[in-house]
Every structure is written in structure tokens, then in C-alpha cells.
Design a protein around this ligand. Structure first.
Ligand code: GDP
Ligand code: ZN
Length: 310
């Protein structure tokens, strides 16, 4: 037996691309016994595994899935095993928007941040294309609510080489889920940070290699840097959705709300209509951003609506 440890880059559900620390990639299937241990042992991109090649055959088999540091999951409500893991061992989520072209959609930004918080994964914000807005006042106005909430906000321009050195250091050596609407410059950014790292090409070659199979879930793209690390190309974090996040837990997914939680008149305060609500008072006193609070209300009503159909 030729035993190795590796990281799952992508898979079709049957065959998985596993990369060793020395950078070789092998196609491997999951050992039968592991398969039968139930839904909790479903493999995902980002999983650390042991895999081995049998003496008799050339086929690689995944023999063990190592404990996960984190999961980016889509939870099916009400079911203990109804969790679909989109990616495992993600260290951080990088939510990317453009300062202009396309105009930033802050409610969508809030939604991505809630998804990260709901999965207990730290998040950072990137505001790219700062070259398109004159001066820094406009960008600062966009950033302030997020910086107050405790998020790092990276102001970048691929075109004018702004903020790239700092962002590079944030990505190197870590596994980062890169998300945000199309057209904001995600591919341009990673290519400027790590020449040769091409998200689009990685996506295309992953699906071509599989022939008729298409990659399911996320795709890990190795960072060409001595420090290593991966960029996780999720098929739109939006698809991960917030499903399964109980509406009662949403308030905790806004970090700047936390100092005010537990101080409302009612323990189960929705911070919507109830009298004597500490969060609403904080919004009125401008200690909490009204825009973020509006996002909370909007997302909460969405979650509550979804709960009715469970
Ligand atoms: P993605 O869909 O998020 O991967 O976005 P792309 O990387 O494909 O970029 C979309 C468009 O924005 C392309 O035409 C890029 O040249 C342009 N772009 C990317 N970064 C910047 C930037 O910092 N400033 C400006 N002005 N344009 C940019
Ligand atoms: Zn309240």
C-alpha cells in the first residue's frame, strides 16, 4: 500500500481530485465502508483525507476523512443529517464588491456576511475598483458600517495596484472562500495577486477533465505561492443560502448587534415591533447602523417565511 494524506480539490460525487502536499493530484474514490457510514461522512471539497493505492490496481481509494476545522454548509431544516456540506476547512470568507460598476448591493453583502457568521467562519470585505470613485470619501462611507461591525474592509484596485500587497498576505497560506456578484473583479484580483491563478480556467478544466460529469459543490484552486493555501470557488455562496438558520438566531449573525442582545424586554424579542427593544434603541441612538438593521429585518422576514413551510 502507498499511503498519503491529501486535500480534496473537487469531486463529481463518485470520483474526487485529491492533492498531496507535494502538489500531485490523483483521482480517488471513497472506500465502500466509509460510504456506508451515513450522510455525516459525506465528502466535500476542502476535506483532508488519507488515501492509498492498492497493490493490485492503480486505483486510489480514500480511506479516512480527517476531522474538519469548519464547514460551509447548507442545512436542511429540521433534519439531523440534512446538511449539505459545500466546502470543508474554509478559514475565511472574502466577500467582494465593487465600489462602482456594478454599484454595490449592500443588502446582498449583508446576506453573504450572515452566511459566514451562521457557519462560524470569519469574514472580510473587499471593495474593489476604488479607482472608479474619486477620492476616498465615497469608499469610506460605504465601508464605515462594516468596519464598525468589526469587519476588515480592503479597498483595492486591480487597475491602479491599490491594496493588493495587504490582500495577498491575507490569502497566502489559508483556505479562502471568495464570493461576490459577477463583474466585481474577483478573477482579476486573484490573477493580479497570484499570477497564474486563473479561476475561470480552473473551473473549465475541472469540468473538461470529468468528461460528462460536472463538478458538484465547490472547487479548491491551489494558490501558487510558497505559503500555499487555496481559493475556494463556491458555485455562488448565494446558493448556499441561509436556509436552516433559525430566524431567532439571525440577530447574533450581525456582530455589532451583540452588545445589545439579551437586554430587550422580551427574551425572544424579534427587534421588530416589540416595545422596549434595546436594539431598536441602539439604532435610534445611531449606535447601530440603520441600514444594517434594515437588512436584518428584511432577512428575518425571509427566514420566518421559510420557517412556515418547514
Ligand atoms: P468577476 O466576475 O468578479 O471575476 O470579475 P472580473 O475579474 O471578470 O472583472 C470584471 C471587469 O471588471 C473586467 O472588465 C475587469 O477588467 C474589470 N476590473 C476588475 N478589477 C478592476 C479594478 O480594480 N478597476 C477597474 N476599473 N476595473 C476592474
Ligand atoms: Zn429587541
Amino acid at each position: 500500500m502507498n499511503d498519503s494524506r491529501g486535500i480534496v480539490l473537487s469531486g463529481t460525487g463518485g470520483l474526487w481530485n485529491v492533492r498531496t502536499s507535494s502538489g500531485e493530484t490523483h483521482e480517488a474514490s471513497l472506500r465502500g465502508r466509509l460510504k456506508q457510514e451515513g450522510a455525516t461522512l459525506k465528502l466535500a471539497a476542502g476535506d483532508e483525507v488519507s488515501f492509498a493505492r492498492g497493490e493490485a490496481s492503480d486505483a486510489w481509494t480514500i480511506t479516512e476523512i480527517h476531522p474538519r476545522r469548519s464547514v460551509l454548509a447548507r442545512r436542511a431544516p429540521g433534519k439531523a443529517h440534512g446538511e449539505r456540506i459545500v466546502a470543508a476547512n474554509v478559514d475565511q470568507v472574502l466577500v467582494t464588491f465593487a465600489a462602482a460598476n456594478p454599484e454595490p448591493h449592500l443588502r446582498m453583502l449583508d446576506r453573504f456576511l450572515v452566511i459566514a457568521e451562521g457557519n462560524d467562519i470569519s469574514a472580510r470585505v473587499v471593495l474593489n475598483k476604488v479607482d472608479l470613485v474619486g477620492g476616498s470619501a465615497g469608499v469610506d462611507a460605504l465601508a464605515i458600517d462594516y468596519e464598525r461591525a468589526g469587519y476588515a474592509v480592503h479597498r483595492t484596485s486591480v487597475k491602479q495596484d491599490v491594496g493588493l500587497v495587504e490582500l495577498r498576505a491575507v490569502l497566502a497560506g489559508r483556505t479562502t472562500a471568495l464570493t461576490g456578484p459577477s463583474g466585481v473583479g474577483k478573477s482579476s484580483l486573484v490573477n493580479a495577486l497570484f499570477p497564474g491563478l486563473d479561476l475561470r480556467t480552473a473551473e473549465i478544466s475541472a469540468s473538461v477533465n470529468k468528461g460528462r460529469h460536472t463538478t458538484v459543490g465547490a472547487l479548491l484552486v491551489p494558490i501558487p505561492d510558497a505559503a500555499g493555501g487555496f481559493v475556494v470557488d463556491t458555485p455562488g455562496l448565494r446558493e448556499v443560502g441561509m436556509w436552516g438558520l433559525p430566524s431567532a438566531n439571525l440577530d447574533r449573525c450581525f456582530p455589532e448587534f451583540r452588545p445589545f442582545l439579551g437586554q430587550c424586554k422580551f427574551d425572544d424579542c424579534s427587534h421588530d415591533h416589540e416595545p422596549t427593544c434595546a436594539l431598536r434603541s441602539a439604532v435610534e441612538a445611531r449606535k447601530v447602523s440603520a441600514a444594517r438593521y434594515e437588512s436584518y429585518l428584511k432577512l428575518r422576514s425571509e427566514l420566518a417565511e421559510a420557517e412556515k413551510s418547514w
